[in-house]
Design a binder for this molecule. Structure first.
Ligand SMILES: CC(C)(COP(=O)(O)OP(=O)(O)OC[C@H]1O[C@@H](n2cnc3c(N)ncnc32)[C@H](O)[C@@H]1OP(=O)(O)O)[C@@H](O)C(=O)NCCC(=O)NCCS
Length: 180
């Protein structure tokens, strides 16, 4: 398990999936904002759930996020789009509604940076998020990510086009335990 100050990132367990499915995917408004593709209902136990892990997929590394104290599941975190030539990847995360606003998101980003830069030897990490997602923007900026661009009307979310912000962090600018 990878450890931050408050959370740990571990492999996906079978019994995490129904919790993530009901708390993150089945909430249509949340899923529409976070997933970047049209929402559709999924049969319980479906192998097509986004939370089912394919361990052979090299460029996509999903974690379950747990509280360090007690080990309770609090969300999901992913290093995705890993490009071994350009040594870059993207970060994605989603916390259960009851676990938001407690500093976990900031800690998850820190742990994903450690995984990307130290364990995987990457040189650039990237995050795309809706421009009104203050908690995500702040979690990224607290870890040293800088806003590199605004992608105007790039996301279709529940009946309207919204802007997305592109944030990047280079390994040489990364300060572990940075408090922004
Ligand atoms: C985005 C998300 C991962 C952030 O994690 P979090 O644990 O809620 O964020 P934190 O508690 O670490 O807070 C980070 C900062 O944002 C601020 N913040 C938290 N919630 C906020 C809110 N609703 N509005 C404005 N600011 C907020 C905090 O005060 C903190 O600021 P500080 O560093 O100046 O103290 C989490 O809220 C979440 O899972 N949201 C739903 C899914 C999602 O949006 N995923 C990202 C898709 S790109």
């Amino acid at each position: 398990m990878l450890k931050g100050n408050k959370v740990g990132l571990r492999a996906r367990h079978e019994d995490d999936i129904p919790i993530l499915q009901s708390e993150l995917h089945d909430d249509v408004a949340n899923a529409a904002r976070a997933q970047g593709r049209p929402w559709r209902p999924l049969t319980p136990g479906s192998k097509h759930s986004q939370f089912v892990v394919d361990d052979t997929e090299q460029g996509h590394v999903p974690f379950s996020v747990v509280e360090l104290a007690g080990g309770t599941l609090v969300g999901t975190a992913t290093l995705w789009g890993i490009d071994d030539h350009h040594r870059s990847a993207h970060i994605g995360l989603g916390l259960l509604p009851s676990s938001r606003g407690k500093g976990y998101g900031t800690d998850v980003v820190a742990v994903l940076c450690h995984y990307g830069f130290i364990v995987r030897g990457l040189q650039r990490l990237q995050i795309e998020t809706l421009s009104d997602n203050e908690a995500m923007l702040r979690s990224a900026e607290r870890n040293g990510f800088v806003r590199e661009g605004l992608m105007r009307s790039s996301a279709w979310v529940m009946g309207e086009f919204l802007d997305e912000v592109l944030l990047g962090l280079l390994v040489q600018d990364w300060k572990p335990d940075s408090k922004g």
